[in-house]
Design a protein around this ligand. Structure first.
Ligand SMILES: Cc1cc2nc3c(=O)[nH]c(=O)nc-3n(C[C@H](O)[C@H](O)[C@H](O)COP(=O)(O)OP(=O)(O)OC[C@H]3O[C@@H](n4cnc5c(N)ncnc54)[C@H](O)[C@@H]3O)c2cc1C
Length: 383
């Protein structure tokens, strides 16, 4: 049955363990409950928020003046099998890592490098989760979406999700509830090998070359080990895992800007996208009409973009592992510069987390001219 609570503290439902109460918290345990709760909430008006595992949110200390719809649906159902591949539909509230563990046990490859990422399956496409050379965009076929604008359910094929680096159509403003996600994975039976290893650190941990494949369980074990060494798996015994994961995305800048940075700053070149067609407009105002100039069309020259390491920028701006501002309940993880952690349990505050995040942004910006963007979703406040 749908559980409804009023003035419900949200901190216990987040991995950072900060945040005040929600005016109303509704937990939906079946797809039908989820549909009913969302439609009723939207019909009543007022602010609303969908919450999965709470591992990518920073809720304000003042809480949330609206309805939080907590997705607690579960289940993995096969929808199709063909030679060498399987398709499964997974309920949005299903634990992401439980799903990955299941795929490894079944001998299905495609998400093994995403082992240990906290949170729910329904949230995975929201920021196109990725780690160790894999992204969920590689294996999603479609998802079922309850659109807040229409109240109707539609199946969105992966092409409509606009998945790219930590972003999607949902991050760009499409509002509603992901009900379930359908994945296609390689089915190679009991001796199944992983997808080719595409991340140097993982290849090194496994003692193989980039591009090699290994038994799925070995890759999962190595990923979990690497993640634990950085405080990046949830572990009640590890104070560094009381976080929202990586707090900042790796900045993407133009190649010419990257040249202004110290040569030792790590960088990865990104293939240029199709250049945009530019239609020059006459300037609006006294002289112009804003109309397109027919003879002034052209394509922008393709410029390479470069992804930088946010962790490197932070460290080289003078902020090291374990750093904390005086009197603050928040700190940089002692294992990973990119994670901000709540060191004080129930006494920890979102205000301290936000203050530390702003400090990091300011230091990196003044040192390198790059404004780091937060990866988690801020609820009830902003940076
Ligand atoms: C220790 C740690 C390590 C992490 N490592 C990684 C990593 O390696 N790679 C990575 O990409 N991320 C990582 N993360 C971030 C996080 O785990 C992922 O973003 C995850 O997908 C969030 O899932 P969630 O269910 O907790 O989402 P929540 O935090 O509950 O929500 C996040 C956002 O998604 C929306 N949302 C959630 N569920 C739904 C739904 N069903 N329908 C519509 N919107 C929804 C929420 O409204 C919110 O905007 C890490 C986090 C932690 C704490």
């Amino acid at each position: 049955m749908t559980a409804v609570e009023f003035d419900a503290p949200l901190a216990p439902f987040t991995t950072l363990r900060v945040g005040g109460p929600a005016a109303r918290l509704v937990t939906a345990r079946s797809e039908q409950e989820l549909l009913d709760v969302a439609r009723e909430t939207w019909a009543d008006g007022g602010d609303w928020l969908v919450l999965g595992g709470g591992s990518n949110v920073v809720v304000a200390d003042e809480g949330f003046e609206g309805t939080v719809i907590r997705v607690a649906t579960e289940g993995v159902a096969p929808v199709m099998a063909k030679v060498g591949a399987v398709r499964v539909r997974v309920q949005a509230g299903h634990s992401w890592d439980a799903f990955v563990a299941h795929t490894v046990e079944q001998g299905w490859s495609g998400v093994e490098a995403l082992s240990g990422i906290p949170g729910s399956v329904g949230a995975a496409p929201i920021q196109n989760i990725g780690a160790y050379g894999q992204e969920v965009a590689d294996s999603i076929v479609s998802l079922d979406f309850l659109d807040a604008a229409t109240g109707e359910v539609r199946r969105m094929p992966v092409g409509e999700l606009e998945l790219d680096y930590r972003s999607s159509v949902f991050k760009r403003g499409l509002r509603g509830v992901v009900l379930s996600v359908t994945f296609e994975l390689r089915d190679s039976g009991p001796d199944a090998l992983s997808a080719p290893v595409r991340y140097a650190q993982l290849a090194k941990a496994l003692g193989v070359e980039l591009g090699d494949s290994l038994p799925l369980a070995e890759v999962r074990r190595a990923v979990l080990w690497l993640r634990a060494s950085k405080g990046m798996v949830l572990d009640a015994a590890d104070a560094d895992s009381v976080s929202a994961g990586s707090f900042f995305t790796n900045p993407i800048v133009t190649e010419s800007f990257a040249r202004s940075l110290p040569s030792e700053a790590p960088r990865w070149q990104i293939e240029p996208e199709e250049p945009d067609l530019v239609i020059a407009l006459e300037p609006e105002g006294d002289q112009g009409t804003g109309a397109a100039l027919a003879d002034d069309r052209g394509a922008l020259p393709a410029e390479y973009h470069v992804k930088l390491s946010a962790a490197w920028l932070i460290e080289h701006a003078g902020i090291g592992k374990g750093f904390s501002l005086p009197g603050s309940t928040a700190a940089i993880s002692s294992k990973h510069t990119l994670a901000l952690v709540n060191r004080s349990g129930e006494a920890g505050t979102a205000a301290d987390v936000a203050q530390l995040a702003r400090f990091v942004q300011a230091r990196v910006q003044s040192e390198f001219g790059v404004l780091l963007q937060p990866e988690p979703v801020f609820v009830g406040h902003s940076l």
